[in-house]
Design a protein around this ligand. Sequence first.
Ligand code: PGA
Length: 240
Amino acid sequence: MKVLVCKDYKEMSVEGAKIVAEVMTKKPNAILGLATGSTPVGMYQELIALNKAGKIDFKDITTVNLDEYYPIEPTNDQSYRYFMNDNLFNHVNIDKNKTFVPLGNAKDGEEEAKRYEAFVRSLGGADIQVLGIGRNGHIAFNEPDTELVPVTHVTGLTEDTIDANARFFASADEVPKQALTMGMGTILSAKKIIILANGKGKHDAVMKMLKGTVTTSCPASFLNLHDDVTVLCDEDAYKG
Ligand code: PGA
């Protein structure tokens, strides 16, 4: 694992965007694996600026996202589809028909998980996968547990996550109780991975991942099985 310690969130976002831009320049029809959450927003803003400046082109780019609530309508402003449109796709010259997020409104979640897994595999995996990391070491909706499911699957949200997200919905009852998420195996099928972490709250998870061993109690530690991972963190996340 390569570690790049940046002075702050802005520098981390710029460095992350540089790595993604490099992949896009080398391969104009690259497949980008993308993530939601607050962490990559700054990096998406940098990518938008590079696109507006004519330095990168999204015309032939395909994207695959890590996860989505289930069930949820893509038009719901809390859906990850909405987030991606709002934070990136609406601001760059991408063909939205080539942007993929698990379908939160699929009739059958298990079938959708199977379809999405097969789809990502049929693309040969992402050329680069962007990741955030949870305070507890989660990656997408792969939460610490005694076992992890390696492929795309339906998973229950923890009570903590439901409570934390209740403020974004009209009531706690409206928070989806499940999610569709790539598994760690799907994520590891990417050719290159960057993982972004900022703030002291991420320090413990980052240290557990950087220890170099693999444990289901820290899903991010599975990234040690991949030979092209760059950890981009700010000083707070690195030093604690
Ligand atoms: P955050 O979430 O970017 O909002 O901190 C990261 C994650 O939970 O993966």
